[in-house]
Every structure is written in structure tokens, then in C-alpha cells.
Design a protein around this ligand. Structure first.
Ligand code: GLN
Length: 177
């Protein structure tokens, strides 16, 4: 609809996946997963409603990865597919963008994350697993097939977050097959 879809498609291609741009409900047919990119959540929400993609997404049962504005669109106040509330522009209007090293656990190298007028997760249901935080605020989380990130993994060369998502996609494709 809007936002960084080209950048996400480039990372997916690099990792051997075949990206398809989704603008209409029928574009979802046969997809193994979906990324909702960052951009402007108000614009994305408006366009999704206009094209009927909001209802179509409520019936889409494959893994979904929402980044930044895409995370907002998945929350309780929008599509309701992730059991979270988000706070828009949470890090303050003055702080338009910053980078931070995220501890993702397992003794892994930290992830360098780019935040642009980013939201954070304000509240999360019991099924939501927080995977990384900044200053005590969740910025990466998973709830079953749904993955959300407050930052922009498509803007760095580190492909681990996309790989995390593609692993979820592969696992679910195997389960369904
Ligand atoms: N501030 C934007 C919003 O509220 C999100 C910013 C982003 O996606 N980089 O939609």
C-alpha cells in the first residue's frame, strides 16, 4: 500500500524468497506469508479499508510480520491480529530517528536496529513473547504466527530478523502441507 515495501522485497530476494506486492485482496491468494512494511499507519489503514484488504487480512491465516507502522496496523486498535497496544511516535517527536543495538538473547550478536518515528509496544497479552526491548519498552515480539518489530530491519544489511520470519513461514508451510 505504502511505505518500505521495495526494501523488504529486496531483502526477501536476497534470502531466496519470492516477494509479491500485495495491494488487493486477491493478491493474497497462495502466499506463504506477508510483511506489512513501515511507513505511515494512517495512510496504510485508509488504503487497506478502501481496497478491502482489512477484511481479507482478517481471513489470512499464514505468518504476518509487521514493522513499525505495520506493527501499529496489526494491534488491538487496528486489525486486531496482534494482542498488543502500541504507542505511536513513542520515543518523542524530537527524536525522529535513532539507532540502537538490540540484545536478542541466546548469546547472539546484538542487532543494530534503525528506529524512525517509531512506536513501542505499550501493553501485550499473555500470549505475546517479547524478544527485545529498548529502555524497558518491547520493540520486537512474537505471538504465534505474528511477528512485530518497532524498527526497520529492511534498512540494514543484517538479515537475521527477516530470517527469523522466513523460518516461521517455513515451519508453518510444513505444518499446513
Ligand atoms: N510514525 C509512523 C506512524 O505512526 C510510523 C513510522 C514508521 O513506520 N517508520 O505510522
Amino acid at each position: 500500500m505504502q511505505g518500505n515495501f521495495r526494501e523488504h522485497a529486496a531483502v526477501l530476494r536476497r534470502l531466496g524468497a519470492e516477494p509479491v506486492e500485495v495491494r488487493l485482496p486477491e493478491h493474497l491468494d497462495g502466499l506463504d506469508g506477508l510483511i506489512l512494511p513501515g511507513g505511515e499507519s494512517t495512510a496504510i489503514t485508509r488504503l487497506m479499508r478502501l481496497y478491502g484488504l482489512d477484511d481479507a487480512l482478517r481471513g489470512f491465516d499464514a505468518p504476518i510480520f509487521g514493522t513499525c507502522a505495520g506493527m501499529i496496523v496489526l494491534d488491538r486498535d487496528h486489525l486486531g491480529l496482534a494482542d498488543i497496544t502500541t504507542r505511536r511516535n513513542a520515543f518523542g517527536r524530537q527524536v525522529h530517528s535513532f539507532e540502537a543495538d538490540l540484545d536478542i538473547g541466546h548469546g547472539d550478536e546484538p542487532v543494530r536496529a534503525v528506529f524512525i518515528r517509531a512506536p513501542w509496544i505499550e501493553e501485550a497479552g499473555a500470549d505475546v513473547e517479547v524478544l527485545a526491548e529498548v529502555d524497558g519498552h518491547p520493540v520486537l515480539a512474537r505471538q504465534g504466527r505474528i511477528l512485530v518489530a518497532a524498527f526497520h530491519p529492511e534498512l540494514t544489511d543484517d538479515t537475521r530478523i527477516h530470517e527469523l520470519f522466513l523460518n516461521q513461514v517455513r515451519e508453518m508451510t510444513n505444518v499446513r502441507a
